[in-house]
Design a binder for this molecule. Sequence first.
Ligand code: NAD
Length: 462
Amino acid sequence: MKNKFSSVRRAFFLLIALLLSYSSMQNLTAQTVQMIEYPVPSREPGQTDVLQLACEPLDTVRIAFIGLGMRGKDAVERYMHIDGVKVTALCDVDFWKVDDCQKILTKNGRPKAARYTNAADWKEVCRREDVDLVYVCTHWQLHTPIAVYAMEHGKHVALEVPAALTVEDCWKLVNTAEKTRRHCMMLENCCYDFFEMATLNMAQKGFFGEVVHCEAAYIHDLRWLQFDEKDGYWDMWRLRYNTIHTGNPYPTHGLGPVCQILNIHRGDKMDYLVSMSTNQFGMSAYAKEKFGETHPNAKVNYKLGDMNTTLIHTAKGKTIMLQHDVTSPRPYNRIHMVSGTKAFAQKYPVTGIAMEPNAHHFVEKNILDSLLTTYEHPFAREIGQKAKEVGGHGGMDFIMDYRLIYCLRNGLPLDEDVYDAAEWSCIVELSEKSVLNGSVPVRIPDFTRGAWDKLKGLQFSK
Ligand SMILES: NC(=O)c1ccc[n+]([C@@H]2O[C@H](COP(=O)([O-])OP(=O)(O)OC[C@H]3O[C@@H](n4cnc5c(N)ncnc54)[C@H](O)[C@@H]3O)[C@@H](O)[C@H]2O)c1
């Protein structure tokens, strides 16, 4: 009798235990699938979107360059090869960089520009009457403050990548552009690379069928630059950021071209993401090897995981896989992979195209070449040769600058708008948010506030 009673009791407790563990599993499941939402702020009365914004044509585009380090100096050089521009101001906290750029102007028979060398001078630059376009090539933290201030003072702005580091700053860019009706273009040069433009052209002409999935990345071993106090980044800004942040701090080079192919905010939108990072290994290993075990750099607890992988889901059910790694010793790679219902293309590590009915294998080299000629993008055809001669990442930088100035001079909408800048940059914060919360899904804000389906596909102004 006692035995029977205790076995009933055992069964009862087992059942309770099972129920408890089931309900805690349910809670866990509910917890892990909880989407982190980001509120979408409402527009102020009278404020409307700037999709296809066209502004007054400018006969000569008067440019102020702010930040004349590695990237800024190269930009000044490139603009010496573009008609209809005048450099009116040069600004950097390192006076010798300003002087070097003045020499570029002089060498090219251009008048000297106004010279600014104090940390807060960028405000005065943005207030100048003789500036139409403020071109920002500083470290990341100054991008949004300068862009907002420049637009508030009536200037168009072109800013290096990423345009912003937080969702709040992305909204500042969008709201300021909408209120001031000024252009705000993030200088995503990789959208103008030759293979990327050809695949965009292919996608727009239906070569891939329905594009279903894309993969993109920024994989670039930058350890030597990050840890070079003398000849690396100013004030080691990149290492400082990567010491205290994880996720994907530099998403736009890979993401921009595939968002164009997927018609993001021109018929589709990025809806949510999940993101996962490895632990950090490579920066510590590099610092130990370069400086020795006892050096302060070798003891830092760097936050940035070596490899970050982010998966993005779009409203129309497409996916993007996006990676970031600036730490591992491996070849440069932006992947740029486009997978559709009829064909496939990828740029890195081996460039290839595959298509029905033999899509198990890449096409032969001669067919690849002929496809790339057939689908050569009109920009490449128009200005590609000169771009290769001028240079700048093989020519793409020049095509980007050429198009920016062409559109400004002709009063046309720019190729990349403020919503692109916000959408591609917001991944910085959102990927970090997901990583720090066990890779939970995070909503990607709709920066167009409901107008993402208004434009039917991406069309560049002619
Ligand atoms: N699109 C691309 O292919 C590409 C390539 C490299 C860098 N970038 C971007 O370009 C930007 C600059 O990168 P970089 O490699 O030239 O770095 P860098 O450190 O060489 O240049 C930054 C410059 O900003 C200057 N600066 C700092 N504070 C300033 C202030 N208050 N006012 C004016 N100038 C100030 C510094 O003196 C320095 O010259 C970054 O945003 C980076 O992400 C883009």
